[in-house]
Design a protein around this ligand. Structure first.
Ligand code: MG
Length: 165
């Protein structure tokens, strides 16, 4: 088994489309700033699985200097990261995330975010946990200036037909 950690933070700004964990928050007054769609949930998840497989980080795989990733759907980047992790011989056992942000309010959408992440990872939704916390008015998250996501993933080797039990 291998464990990996991912951390991502994006600045929040008015007028930015707000997508987190692949969920579009139409009513959010702010959204994450980024070269891609800024979906820090997907980015932290990708770094956790890439880290567990020792395959580097999301910036190496999908450089933000590459125009192909301008406005990219980060769920697709996560799915591609998961494909590269699988190609290296690893399967995701589970993924656990904590999202810190003052806005938007995530509580009603955590299950939808988990389902999106699970689909990108090609695993059961019950294996993905999305937790939300606010910043208690302090720090960049508490002041509503940023969204920060911490993610932990566990991987196990993919067994092939030739492996003995
Ligand atoms: Mg990011």
């Amino acid at each position: 088994m291998r464990i990996g950690f991912g951390l991502d933070r994006h600045r929040l700004a008015a007028g930015r489309r707000c997508v987190l964990g692949g969920v579009f928050f139409a009513d959010s007054p702010v959204g994450p700033v980024g070269h891609s769609d800024g979906d820090a949930v997907c980015h932290a998840a990708a770094d956790a699985i890439l880290g567990a497989a020792a395959l580097g980080d999301i910036g190496q795989h999908f450089p933000d200097t590459d125009p192909r990733y301008g406005g990219a759907d980060s769920l697709e980047l996560l799915a591609e990261a998961a494909a590269r992790v699988r190609a290296a011989g690893w399967r995701t056992v589970n993924l656990d995330l904590t999202v810190m942000t003052e806005k938007p309010h995530l509580a009603a959408h955590k299950a939808a975010m988990a389902a999106n992440l699970a689909r990108a990872l090609a695993i059961d939704a019950a294996l993905v946990s999305v937790k939300a916390t606010r910043g208690e008015g302090v720090g960049p998250e508490g002041r509503g200036e940023a969204v920060t996501v911490h993610a932990v993933a566990l991987l196990e080797p993919v067994k092939n037909d030739f492996d003995a039990d």
